[in-house]
Design a binder for this molecule. Structure first.
Ligand SMILES: [Zn+2]
Length: 159
């Protein structure tokens, strides 16, 4: 379940106070945003966002100012269904720190091919436009969080 949607420049979210649509630009995901209409603080995306098009994937990965966790999945994959609720937990707990997106490798075969996704579920972390870590197989939320923290930490440590 996702309450957010994508457009060419960011994540479109509904203000919890006045229901106004606001865009959280990919370039500003590291900062808190306020509703353009009523100035209520907008919550960071707290659910995995399904990526509809390859171009959207490219924009998010290139522009996001927080690390992006990508779940490569397909509807026929049993372990993917097991990992989905775990990813929901991760997205909720890590809101504002990591952006969690989902790529259906049946619908976006081009992305799966480009990143040579051989088995699903595969989870990858992208930071600064580059893939920095990848892991395969279903796992509980706490293990996913350890994986993504290590991936992000490795990047910071190098800089
Ligand atoms: Zn508002």
């Amino acid at each position: 379940m996702s309450t957010s949607d994508l457009d060419d420049r960011g994540i479109v979210t509904i203000c919890p106070s006045c229901r106004q649509k606001n865009r959280l630009a990919y370039e500003h995901l590291h900062t808190a945003s306020r509703c353009a209409k009523c100035k209520t603080a907008l919550p960071a995306p707290s659910a995995p966002i399904e990526v509809p098009k390859a171009a959207d994937f490219d924009r998010i990965v290139a522009s996001s100012t927080i690390p992006v966790v990508v779940d490569f999945w397909a509807p026929w994959c049993g372990p993917c269904r097991m990992v989905a609720p775990e990813l929901d937990k991760v997205a909720a707990r890590q809101a504002g720190r990591f952006l969690v997106i989902k790529v259906n490798t049946d619908a976006l075969a081009e992305i799966g091919d480009r990143f040579q996704i051989r088995s699903i579920p595969t989870m990858a972390v992208f930071n600064g436009g580059r893939e920095v870590a990848r892991t395969m197989g279903a796992r509980p939320a706490a293990d996913i969080e350890t994986f993504i923290e290590n991936a992000a930490g490795a990047v910071h440590g190098r800089g």
